[in-house]
Ligand binder design. Structure first.
Ligand code: FRU
Length: 498
């Protein structure tokens, strides 16, 4: 059991030796010790601890042959680093161990992932195969099954693209394993396929859970499928989407459907909505906690817009894990409540009056780059109310309530970017009830996550503004009355275990 290949050994040694100083990383957001990460993988509860794996290329801070990096936590805020869990070391996954998921079953931790293999055809062109494999382990070391791959392309329905069959989400239900797998049909575009198995080794196709009918993107990857307050939720990450009004602007977008599912696993869905309306969010996964909460974590990055400066030891981080809820047909997301245990140095201002002739207002003690801050606008007669974050003479990241147009705007144009690419996201905010204009803002050195009105909307962006930009300023072009509660977030640096 648990033989370690030379590729895995090499990755483990490499990451151990290259850990940078703690101040180079965010404090409560997961990053790799070194190198590139993308999707969260295998987000699961195992023996009372929450494990998170991630798409990982330790040797460079750009995407490359995919490994699975690994970390764990008991409270979603303080993470321990664990040794790299999977390397692309088999014939069937030699081109990469792509995304997948995990569950605990009979005391074992079961990982299900996509293996990528490329072969050369007789005419010299290359052909890609994506298949699904299993690795079983003890929370540190994982052994790939001899029977791998356990779901091959011969199980695909006719018309499916063999090179786009990936990212299994596994679960256990009434004596069976199920897996929802992303894919693509040649005619109808993105699809999610449902497979089942009694013993994890032999799988059969149950059917097509959903197809995008060429509406949302070209291919669907990274599915998640779960119950929430009596409804069924399908999350997919849709490749190459076209924008529709203010939604779906990032190229690849993660979207959700709220629906119902019968005993035969026929899913009926409602409308698609963007999960996070900011600039950096993709490939989320969820788990259920012991106390019944559904927690989602995403990759805080965008495939089309890599802002990480050259020379940074790591590239890519996860969002704060978010508690999910439903309000009607809309997903509600808020930072996990465990974050509150790490709040320090409370600073409170109530009934601050802002006028247009006051310029930018600074409040003593309201500043910083690692914080949890809530700003509530009680009254306002203005067209625009602006909060300027990570600010100094040169830089700022702006959150603007454009009341005139009924919009919220997130703008990172002056957030240390060296390429002036997509930097603004504007989304409708038509509620007129100002007493409920509430922004919870999390900052963790290189990111800003905004939760509007107790999670009705989330907007996330990375920023690489120089860390000397610590200012927070408020301004408006009329009058406003608001309050602020700000805490520093104090979390010990992750330790590298073993
Ligand atoms: C999504 C994705 C997955 C794939 C992985 C490869 O971001 O394209 O579909 O498994 O990244 O790293």
């Amino acid at each position: 059991m648990n033989k370690i290949s030379s590729e895995l050994e090499k990755a483990r040694k490499y990451e151990r030796e290259r850990l940078a100083a703690p101040e180079k990383y965010p404090v409560f957001h997961v990053t790799a010790p070194v190198g590139w990460i993308n999707d969260p993988n295998g987000f699961s509860l195992y023996q009372g601890e929450y494990h998170l794996f991630y798409q990982y290329h330790p040797y460079d801070n750009h995407w490359g042959p995919m490994h699975w990096g690994h970390c764990k936590t008991v409270d979603f805020i303080r993470w321990d680093r664990l040794p790299c869990a999977l390397a692309p070391d088999m014939d069937y996954d030699g081109q990469g161990c792509f995304s997948g998921s995990a569950i605990e079953h009979e005391g074992k931790h079961i990982l299900m992932y996509t293996g990528v293999k490329e072969t050369e055809k007789q005419d010299g062109t290359r052909e890609t195969f994506q298949t699904q494999s299993i690795a079983i382990g003890d929370g540190i070391s994982y052994e790939k099954l001899e029977e791998n791959p356990v779901i091959c392309t011969d199980l695909l329905p006719e018309g499916s693209v063999k090179a786009d069959f990936r990212d299994p989400k596994i679960w256990w239900e009434k004596g069976n394993f199920y897996a929802a797998v992303g894919g693509m049909d040649q005619k109808e575009g993105g699809q999610i396929l449902l497979f089942s198995s009694r013993n994890i080794v032999e799988w059969k196709l149950e059917g097509v859970l959903d197809r995008n009918q060429n509406r949302y993107g070209t291919m669907w990857e990274c599915p998640d499928f779960f119950d929430l307050h009596g409804r069924k939720i399908l999350l997919v990450s849709a490749v190459a989407m076209q924008a529709e009004k203010t939604e779906f602007h990032n190229g690849n977008n993660s979207i959700y459907f709220v629906g119902t599912c019968d005993e035969e696993k026929n899913f009926r869905r409602g409308e698609a909505h963007e999960i996070d309306c900011g600039l950096d969010f993709y490939a989320p996964q969820t788990l259920e906690t012991e106390d019944g909460r559904r927690i989602m974590i995403g990759w805080m990055h965008s495939w089309d817009n890599d802002l990480t400066p050259d020379g940074t030891a790591w590239n890519g981080m996860m969002t704060i894990p978010r508690e999910l809820g439903l309000k009607g047909d809309r997903l509600i997301q808020n930072p996990v409540r465990e974050l509150e245990n790490y709040r320090r140095n409370k600073v409170v201002y109530r009934d601050v009056v802002l006028t247009c002739d006051g310029g930018e207002r600074e409040l003593y003690g309201i500043n910083g780059r690692i914080l949890d801050m809530t700003v509530e606008i009680q009254k306002g007669n203005y067209r625009e109310f602006q909060i300027s974050l990570a600010a100094n003479q040169k830089n700022c990241t702006l959150l603007v309530h454009d009341k005139d147009r009924g919009m919220l705007r997130l703008d990172r144009t002056w957030s240390g970017m060296t390429h002036d690419l997509t930097a603004v996201r504007t989304i409708p905010w038509e509620k007129q009830d100002e007493s409920k204009m509430k922004f919870r803002i999390l900052m963790d050195r290189f990111s800003v996550e905004i939760f509007v009105n107790d999670g009705e909307l989330a907007m996330s962006t990375v920023i690489y503004t120089d860390l000397s930009a610590q200012g927070i300023y408020f301004s408006c072009d009329g009058t406003a009355e608001f309050s602020v509660i700000k805490y520093d977030v104090d979390v010990p640096s992750p330790e590298y275990k073993i």
